[in-house]
Design a protein around this ligand. Sequence first.
Ligand SMILES: [Mg+2]
Length: 240
Amino acid sequence: MTKPLEAIFFDIDDTLFSTSVFADKARRSAVDAMIRAGLRIERAEAIRELEEVIGEFSSNYGGHFDKVLDRLGPEAYEGHNRAVIVAAGVVAYHATKWRELKVYDDVYEVLQWLAGTSLIRGIVSAGITIKQAEKLVRLEVLEFLTPSAIFFTDQVGFSKSNGKLYRRVLQRLKLAADRCLYVGDNPLHDIDPCNSEGWSTVRIRRSGRHADEEGATKPTHEIRDFYELRRILQDEYGVV
Ligand SMILES: [Mg+2]
C-alpha cells in the first residue's frame, strides 16, 4: 500500500553535501594561504588553533583568523601587516568555497528526478539566513526546488527543535503533516521534532558529526544516499 505524499523537505548541511569535509578543506587552504602571506607557525599548529577558535566561538563567528593571530601573538607575524595575513586566509577560504561546495552526485540526480514529479520540494534549514541561502545558490540546486517552500529558521523565528517551526511551514503551504516527509542527518533537530509533529522522516546517515548520535525516536526510514531515498519514494509512496 502506498501513502500519499504532497511535499518533501530537506535539511542542507550534511544532507545535501558534506559540510564537515568541505569546511575542513576550506580551513586548511586558508591556513596555507596565511602561512604563504607571512604567518610563521607550523601548519598543523595553525590548523589546531583555528579549530579550537571555531569550537570556542562557533562556526558562525566572524573573526576566526583574527582570533588565531591574537592567540599566536605579534611575534608570529612580525614584519607583516596582520590584516594582509587575515585577508589571505579569507580569500583562500572563499575560493575553496566556490570550488568545493557541491552536492553529492546522487543528491543532484535525485533532486533533478524529483523536480519532474508533482511533489513540492522544499528546504527547512537552520543557521544564519544569508549563509544558508548562499549555500543553496552555490550548490546549484535551486532550479529543482519549489521557491515558496524554502524556509530558514532565523526568518521563521523558531529553532529546528521547536515543533512550531514545522507547523508554520505546513500553514504557509496549506499542507497536512501526514503528507510531508523530512530528510535530515540530525536525529535530535531533524528527526525527533518532525516525528512528534506527525511527519514522516528520513534520516540520512552518511557523514558528518551526527552520524553516530541517536535520537529519542526512530526515523520512518533510514538511508545512506539519495538513491535509497528515490527507491523508498517509488516503492512506498508511489512517487513517479
Ligand atoms: Mg544537517
